[in-house]
Design a protein around this ligand. Sequence first.
Ligand code: FNR
Length: 363
Amino acid sequence: MFFDYADSGAWTEGTYKANEADFAAIKLRQRVLVDMTNRSLQSTMIGETVSMPVALAPTGLTGMQHADGEILAAQAAEAFGVPFTLSTMSICSIEDVAAHTTKPFWFQLYVMKDRTFVASLISRAKAAGCSALVLTLDLQILGQRHKDIRNGLSAPPKFTPKHVWQVATRPFWAWEMTQTKRHSFGNIVGHAKGVGDLSSLSSWTAEQFDPRLSWSDVAWIKEQWGGKLILKGIMDPEDARRAADTGADAIIVSNHGGRQLDGAPSSISVLPEIVQAVGDSIEVHLDGGIRSGQDVMKALCLGAKGTYIGRPFLYGLGAYGKRGVTMALDIIRKELDITMALCGKRDIREAGPDLLHHRLPVV
Ligand code: FNR
């Protein structure tokens, strides 16, 4: 049930698949006999130094992939020197993650109808020392994923005989889950009005996404937060220009990993037109379908200043906990390093359109 939650997209999963597949059509220029010593992947995202321009994307229910999942992923990201983004829909709360890390992380905000609760989430993120707020704009209404419906996924999970069987056949996971008390949305239970226990949680969250969300709400949130702001879920040049006008620090070109609008283009395919639309007025980041260092390189060459991975770190987390997240990051780092070198560059900040190969294959 939890693996399917991570490994699924909306409806036909066409956009989810395109996110990955469209990277393959982008080709890199291979260069030879250039000095490849002393290479650096270090860069910045919204002014923060990163050991490579790859952050961990916000993902809900991460603490269900592995006990204390958000804490472990945040610790792995911290040790690696890349940003970790905690989802509003996390199992471990903002305070849980802050208590187990030493550097600031980023907090992702969903705007709920209950604005008092939204304001309290913002205050809690400030109190925890979060250094950026990632405001997700593409979930005013929830996309539909067939696998979750078939599995009866809910939060907290409702156990059917099938789930009991699945847990029984995964004794290690079940044992591990008994090692944590965190089994529900830590940012919500006990904090939102009327949500003091697990039984009231599901109906509250389902009703709380706000279909009336507007650009004036973005301005309100920016004012409440007062720090670095990243707007996530931009797929259209017009929206991108609008987002830049808000004075936010960055936008994330994202279709929510293909989990919202099935039929939307892949995020990598719209990146060039968005970069062109906003110019230098705002930093552009990208997520969706990044599965390798080569993909990161391609996104950077097309104008992204930073990238995010969602599922790749979740798979690592589910398999090996903190070590698995580090392994996922390490694989991507090695691939990015070698790819950059074979493109004839020693500094990742030099990645640009000149490294792309534009000729079509001869058929
Ligand atoms: C997500 N995503 C997401 N985004 C967000 O803003 N808040 C959230 O709570 C979640 N939850 C979530 C759960 C799971 C299981 C996945 C896979 C994704 C979207 C996420 O931040 C990101 O946009 C995508 O995951 C990027 O695509 P890849 O790297 O997974 O292909």
